[in-house]
Design a binder for this molecule. Sequence first.
Ligand code: MLT
Ligand code: ZN
Length: 460
Amino acid sequence: MSARSAIEPAAFAELVAIVGPRNMLTADDERATYERDWTGRFVGHTPAVVRPADTHEVAAVIDVCRRHGLALVPQGGNTGLVGGGVPLAGEVVLSLRRLATVDPVDVVARQVTVGAGVSIAAVQDAAAAAGLRYAVDFAARDTATVGGTVATNAGGIHVLRYGGTREQVMGVDAVLGSGHRVQRLQGLVKDNAGYHFASLLCGSEGTLGVITAARLRLVTRHEHRVVALVAFADVATAVEAVAAWRSILDSLEAAELFLADGLALVCDAFGLAAPFAERWAAYVLVEASAHHDPTDELAAAVAVADIGDVAVATDATRRAALWRYREDHTLAVNTLGPPHKFDVTVPLGRLAQFVDEVPQRVAATVPGARTWLFGHVGDGNVHVNVTGVAPEDDRVDEVVLTHVAEMGGSISAEHGIGTAKTRWLPLGRSADEIAAMRAIKRALDPDAVLNPNALLPPSV
Ligand code: MLT
Ligand code: ZN
């Protein structure tokens, strides 16, 4: 990794002049939470955390860093899972959390403009207050911020119905590494006047520009919502059932898979009662929402499949209780120590085989390592978590990611490449594609100021 860790006094003074001394954090205790990722696997060091208040200050900070040869790691809620938002090579942290404005919801356009530092939960709340809904949702909703989720094209639990973050982003305000400002927040649905910067920046992991605000699409808020937890004798039957439900259930908006071991871990970690008397190999949590009550159509769809057991929840408290079995997997796995986290897509027809084979390959590589599998089965996205392996030991990374590539999958479904997976990017991207990505990076961030160690493998 390229490291530029000290800030010379002249540059320091310029940064302080832009954000003010209170927003230039240099004390150990002030910097600590910005230097470490949520899992505890990625811990770095920064000379300072710079906290601008608006796009003008962001632009000024980037300008100082370009002139003084300082690298920046943009950071939102610091919920990333691939080491892409922490200063692993001594970079300055550019925290966007102060950019926290929420404009009034545009009910006519069904859109809202929000600052990069606004949490996903706050966007959801603003949308709900206007009778609408923000479709992106996942367990880290209270902490993850809009800027980070746009920069990583965050997925989550509703992708199968509404698409990922890219499908919700109508426009952005951003400062490129070149210093150019891209400001397109009108929210025009049809806008073919040139390059679509929002699409390019979405998923660029802070390597091309710093997103300071986003114009987000909102969707219909349904009055009725029902959740069912369905148990299966094996993963293959669960995958087949979800495929059938996708064709017959228009109201389906989530289909989440977890396994017996993961459920037991969650129940142990948080003192929850098991959902069923019997232990089943696989569980799928399905959620449906509609203007009419979808309970009957969900029950009819579930009955079509070869299921072991089912629990249905229509009221909010019981729905949340069922969701805990799935959403608390991340927290429960972390109680065992920092995991190696993989977030992969495999073709649906091979998902059951993958789930079966991965734990065996991991255990054969690092004896004693344990594999925890869960994810968004509706879109082929499996989260493979491995515990009992030292953070810097990447033998399991090699095994899991190579396996995914052999199966025709992607090494990142939603978490991104970050710094953790740059080495393996060539498994899923051709040399030509990586060369084209480097050309884009050079054009938009010519001084390699923005997240220089993320996404692209080091050039040789
Ligand atoms: C999830 O789906 O729970 C998130 O992607 C977080 C994780 O993979 O741990
Ligand atoms: Zn996920």
